[in-house]
Every structure is written in C-alpha cells, then in structure tokens.
Design a protein around this ligand. Structure first.
Ligand code: ADP
Length: 465
C-alpha cells in the first residue's frame, strides 16, 4: 500500500495526538464527576437512612411504624424506604414499594454504619441503596433507603454527550487546520521540486528559492544550490575544455590535410615528397603530444587527493637532479647554461612519473622561452615543505597575462609563441600535479628579464634521506 504523503501523515499525527489527549482528559473528567456525584448522593443517602433509622427506633409498637413513619417517609420524592426485622419480616414500606409489592433485599449492616449498593427498582429504575441496623423496642431492625439515580445518570449522559461533541469538533478542526498548516509549510517544497525538475545539463542556471533562507527549507535550498553551482562550473569547464581541445586538434589536422592535398595535386618529386612526409610527421608528433597531454589532464582530474597519503615516498631531489641532467643536453644545444644549485635530500609522498613531468614542463618552458643566459634550478626543504625554484633569463611574461598562464590552452601572445612549440597545456598540467600532491605552484616574471616558477609541496619527513 502506498504511504500517505507527509502532509497527510503530519495531519493524522496532529489528529491522533489530540484525539488521544482529549480521550484521556474526558475519561478523567467523567470518572471524577461520576465519583463526586456518587459521593454527594451517598452523603445525602447516609443522612436519610440515619434519620429513618432514628425515627424507627423511637416507635414502640408495630402500629406506630405506619403512623409515625408514614407521613415523612411514605412518599418522599425520589426516595423509597423500608423497615424490616433481621429475619426479613416487613415493618414499614414507603408508598412506592407498597404499590409495586416489592421489598428491598435485606442485608446485614452494623448499627453505627451505613452500607451502600447499586440496584434496580421497577418504579425508580437505577437506584442507590443505603441501609443500617437499628435497635428498637421490638428488637434489632434493618432500615433501608433507596434513591433514584436518574438525575445523576442524566447529568453524566449530558456531560458525555457534550464531551463527545466538543472532542469530535476539536479533532475535526485540528485535522482541517493541521492539513492547511502542513500544506502551507510544505508548499515551498512543491515549488522547489518543480524548479529542480527544470534543472537539466542545459539549464543549470536555475536556482531553488525558499521563503526563509534561515529555516530548514532555506538551508536545504542553499545546499542544493551549492551543488548545482559546482555542477554548473564543472559542466562549463568540461564544455570549454572539449571546445578548446577540438579547436587545438583541428588546426594541425587542417594543416596536414592541406599539405597532403597540395602534394597529391603536384607531380611526384622524391625531394618534395620527402619534405612533405617530414612535415606531416612533425604535425603528427605535435598531435601525439597534444593528445598525450589531454589524456594526462583527464586522468589527473580523477586523482583523489585522499589517495596521496597512501602514495609511495619519492626522493624529490633525485627527480629534480635527474630531469635537470637530462634537460641540460637540450639547453646546451640551444647555447644556454642550466645550473643545478642547492638540492638537499627530500622525501615527498606521490607519483614519481608525475613529479618528473612537473619538473620537465617547467624546465622545458624555461628553455623554450629563453634565448640566452642561464637557467637556475634549486630546491630547499623548510617548514615541512619543499620549495622548488626554476629561474630563467628569458623573454618573461607581461603582468596582465600572469594570472591566466595556468589556464588550459592559454598561451601568451600566440604570435610570439608561434615559433616555439607548445600547446598551452604545460603549466595547467603542472598545477594539476602540484595540487594532487597537496602543493601549490606560482609564477613571477618581468618581461625581457626572465621568469621564476616556484613549486611548494609538503614533505614526508624534512631532510630525511
Ligand atoms: P606552452 O605549451 O605554450 O608552453 P604552458 O602552459 O607551458 O604552454 O605555458 C603557457 C604560456 O605561458 C606559454 O605559452 C608562454 O607564453 C608562457 N610561459 C610559460 N613559461 C614561461 C617562461 N619560462 N618564460 C616565458 N613565458 C612562459
């Protein structure tokens, strides 16, 4: 069976709690009232039976009973009286009892105490009965008085009816009011659901609204909006990344196609064919580099920083020395000096290949964008982190471009970089690697004077080899 919605559940809860409370309250009021009424009846009845017994004890002969007791107890409104011997012989009966020919059951009771019981009488219906023993000149007698309980029963019935009516009305009003209140309180949820349904990958700009930003629904809406905001940012990033990647791939492909077309339309010449194939190979190399870097970035995105703690320890100083050594050959070919300065032993947790890639990219840039001078590499360990610095004396980067050089596919002044091989992905890869190692990367530059790249990564155990 389908569970009723929250609105109905809340309403039913209100209703049931109120109904239970009212029922408990009504039972208590009814029990107290009926007890009080009975007590009052018993007090009056006890007085009546005491008077009756007192008057009876003063009668001397059997004839006295009818004469002395008849006028007072013969037809007392609502009361019936009986006087009998212990053995059950009737000495006096009130008019009502005499007419119906009934007698009250004789029961034993002490002289000084009245006893009470409930009973039924033909004429009076439900009655309360009190009796006691009394000693008279003719021996011990039993005086009994019965009073009709009809007024009490009527009062209790009226009380019950009033409580049932009031209770039913209160429960009905609560159910109606509760449903209305629950509907009012939950109306924003329906609006939020409707808005959330409109959110798709193409409509991530929609946001949920709640009447009060500080209540539960407001906080839920804010949390949900935060999630959508992050989703929107990553969607946009993915879209931009795909568009940029497609664009970058199209350029070399178009160039390769043009070269192949021109070569096909021209008469065959071994020399020119050789050149065309070499150019095509160069473009293919460029494409391969680009695709490798793109794949690298995609994989870097899915690396979880929490996995870093379980990563193996890497001697960063050895990685730096190794890459510097390797790049020294490239630098020398270009007539540049590459100096490895201070580089103390230093352990970091991470991926040796990625750290190698990080050093390689920075040194590759330093060599690419420097025409003459020296490139200096150094590292130092302090304060629980290693700081790797690569400084060159190259063309530098104008200040307005500095904030964007870590963006994917961003190249400063493409015209200036045209003769230099590059995809604009190198530094974004460096940043992804540094961040995957809980580190940071920063760049400082003075156009025409040189550039300095600083990478900071937490160390596993400072200075320990
Ligand atoms: P690229 O593949 O173009 O080198 P990067 O992401 O590595 O891409 O660098 C982005 C841009 O930053 C480069 O196009 C270049 O203009 C600039 N740049 C990076 N490193 C240096 C440097 N050492 N000296 C001057 N410019 C640099």
């Amino acid at each position: 069976m389908r569970r009723p919605n929250i609105r109905w559940r809340l309403t039913l809860w209100y209703g049931s709690v109120l109904a239970a409370t009212l029922a408990g309250f009504s039972v208590a009021v009814y029990a107290l009232t009926s007890h009080d009424l009975l007590s009052l009846t018993d007090v009056a009845l006890a007085e009546e039976v005491a008077d009756f017994a007192g008057d009876a004890s003063r009668c001397r002969t059997r004839e006295d009973f009818a004469r002395e007791l008849g006028p007072r107890y013969g037809h007392l409104e609502g009361y019936e009286s009986q006087l009998s011997t212990r053995e059950g012989a009737i000495l006096f009966l009130s008019d009502g009892l005499a007419a119906s020919g009934l007698s009250l059951p004789a029961r034993r009771a002490r002289t000084d105490q009245s006893r009470f019981a409930d009973g039924e009488l033909d004429r009076l219906g439900h009655v309360r009965l009190a009796w006691r023993e009394v000693n008279g000149p003719i021996g011990p007698m039993i005086a009994q008085v019965a009073v009709s309980m009809a007024p009490n029963d009527r009062a209790l019935r009226e009380l019950l009816t009033a409580m049932l009516l009031a209770g039913a009305t209160a429960v009905a009003v609560t159910l109606g009011g509760g449903y209305w209140l629950a509907r009012q309180a939950l109306a924003p949820v329906d609006r939020m659901v409707a808005t959330a349904r409109e959110i798709t990958s193409t409509r991530l700009d929609r946001r949920l609204t709640a009447p009060d930003p500080d209540d539960e629904l407001g906080r839920l809406a804010a949390t949900f909006n935060g999630v959508i905001e992050r989703l929107q940012r990553s969607f946009e990033e993915v879209r931009r990344f795909s568009a940029d990647a497609a664009h970058e791939l199209r350029t070399p492909l178009a160039s390769m196609r043009t070269q192949a077309e021109v070569a096909l339309q021209s008469p065959r010449s071994p020399d020119r064919d050789q050149r065309v194939f070499e150019d095509l190979l160069e473009e293919i190399d460029r494409l391969t580099r680009l695709v490798t870097q793109l794949l690298f970035l995609c994989r870097e995105d899915v690396r979880l920083p929490s996995g870093e703690a379980l990563a193996p320890a890497v001697r960063l100083d050895e990685v730096v020395a190794d890459v510097a050594n390797h790049m020294n050959v490239v630098a020398r070919e270009k007539g540049l000096a590459l100096e490895l300065g201070e580089n103390p032993p230093c352990l970091v947790r991470g991926d040796v290949d990625r750290l190698r890639q990080l050093c390689f990219n920075i040194l590759d840039n330093a060599i690419k964008y420097t025409t003459d001078g020296t490139i200096r590499v150094s590292s130092r360990c302090d304060d629980g982190r290693v700081v790797l610095t690569v400084t060159d004396t190259g063309i530098g980067i104008p200040a307005e471009h500095l904030p964007r050089v870590f963006d994917r596919f961003y190249r400063v002044d493409p015209a200036r970089s045209r003769e230099v091989e590059g995809t604009g992905l190198g530094l974004s890869i460096c940043r992804a690697i540094a961040e995957a190692h809980r580190g940071r990367i920063a760049i400082e530059s003075a156009p025409g004077r040189g550039t300095s790249v600083v990478v900071t990564i937490p160390v596993e155990s400072p200075g320990r080899a």
